[in-house]
Write a protein that binds this ligand. Structure first.
Ligand SMILES: Nc1ncnc2c1ncn2[C@@H]1O[C@H](COP(=O)(O)OP(=O)(O)OP(=O)(O)O)[C@@H](O)[C@H]1O
Ligand SMILES: [Mg+2]
Length: 359
């Protein structure tokens, strides 16, 4: 066996794609098995398909193999390859061997796409958390300000002994109570997030009739929906007994319905339930702004919000809590775009716990 074919045998063994190219011409003398298996070209990518670390498009003479063939050493330079299966990030090393004539450059391409994506996800999650902290502190502060104003006014009145009637006191306390309820919801959501993160979403299952829960939630939100211009209708609901944590499922359905009101752009909102096999499908459908397909998965993560144009309270926790409640019930939640605009959220929950004694 010649030394060259022995070397090529060793290169074939490597998981990292490696090319050996002739100095000057850039002609590929050999490509190891990993390089041959790639579904895109390393040596002659299409013009406009390779970018540098900063995201700038490279002209063909700056493509890594051309640079290596000119004798420019590449020491871990990062490139972004546009391929038909999405972008790939490659770290390129090259070395010129001048012991033979013509000289030969060995170029390796390490695929770091996975790490790069993980890094991007991490940075986005950190960014989302920072935004959350800013929004949450603002959200915690504004009810407190209202509360303080109301109480101070009452205190001033009491000091001056103006003699408020019971009805006047009750009326003045109303905005304070609204803010306390708002604070309560906020604190509950924060508590639930930390519970879910520590896998401590303990369920208290009970048997009850599905319709009673669904009707209750719909009736509770009919007025709020009407104020937002939306007609909220319960379309279908089978008569079926379920074995769930009633409070938690109510909370999940509430989060979906309040989202539909918030992001439903005043269009009609439909709630329906269906039994398929042993699984209940609970659907909330709106005709609002919808969610871009790229955001369908992301919005279920904590603190994540899509650009939906809504300007009210929005912490990005509701759907995360829905997903964790679904998981705790061995179910799932998913978003599908509604034909003609809007969103359809489907909560799938097995009627019964899978194993006996699950609770
Ligand atoms: N029905 C919907 N239509 C359009 N966008 C939606 C809908 N439901 C949720 N979204 C998008 O998903 C994001 C995440 O929703 P989620 O309920 O988790 O948080 P939120 O509504 O922003 O805040 P909160 O913590 O108060 O629920 C929202 O910010 C919004 O961009
Ligand atoms: Mg929400």
């Amino acid at each position: 066996m010649s030394e060259q074919s022995a070397q090529e045998g060793i290169l074939d063994f490597l998981a990292v794609p490696v090319l050996r190219v002739e100095e000057g011409t850039g002609q590929v003398l050999s490509a190891n098995a990993a390089a041959r298996a790639l579904p895109f070209s390393l040596e002659a990518p299409a013009p406009g398909s390779v970018l540098d670390e900063t995201g700038a498009l490279l002209p063909p003479e700056r493509f890594p193999v051309r640079r290596a063939a000119r004798g420019e050493p590449l020491e871990g330079a990062l490139f972004r390859w546009k391929t038909s299966q999405g972008d790939r990030f490659l770290v390129v090393h090259s070395r010129m061997d001048r012991s033979c004539s013509p000289a030969v450059a060995t170029v390796s391409f390490q695929d770091v796409t996975q790490w790069r994506r993980a890094e991007e996800d991490l940075l986005r999650a950190l960014g989302a958390r920072d935004t959350f902290l800013a929004v949450a502190s603002h959200e915690l502060k504004s009810p407190l300000t209202t509360l303080q104003l109301v109480l101070e006014r009452l205190q001033r009145g009491a000091r001056r002994d103006v003699g408020f009637s019971g009805a006047q006191v009750a009326e003045r306390l109303e905005p304070a109570l609204r803010q306390v309820r708002r604070l309560g919801v906020l604190m509950q959501n924060l508590l639930d997030v930390s519970r879910a993160r520590n896998n401590r979403f303990d369920l208290e299952r009970e048997r009850f009739e599905l319709g009673s829960l669904v009707r209750e939630v719909c009736e509770h939100f009919t007025e709020q929906a009407r104020q937002a211009g939306s007609a909220l209708t319960l379309e279908d609901c089978p008569h079926v007994q379920v074995h769930w944590d009633r409070m938690r499922v109510e909370q999940a359905l509430t989060n979906l319905v309040t989202n539909a009101i918030k992001y439903g752009a005043g269009g009609p909102i439909a709630v329906r339930a269906e039994l398929r096999g042993g699984v209940v499908l609970l659907q909330v459908v709106d005709r609002g702004v919808g969610v871009a397909p790229d955001d369908h998965e992301r919005i279920f993560n904590p603190f994540e919000r899509a650009s939906s144009g809504h300007r009210g309270v929005s912490l990005g926790l509701g759907l995360y809590i829905v997903r964790e409640i679904a998981r705790a019930h061995e179910g799932s939640v998913e978003l599908t775009a509604r034909d003609g605009g809007g969103s359809c959220f489907t909560l799938r929950l097995p009627r019964e716990a899978e194993e006996e004694g699950y609770e």
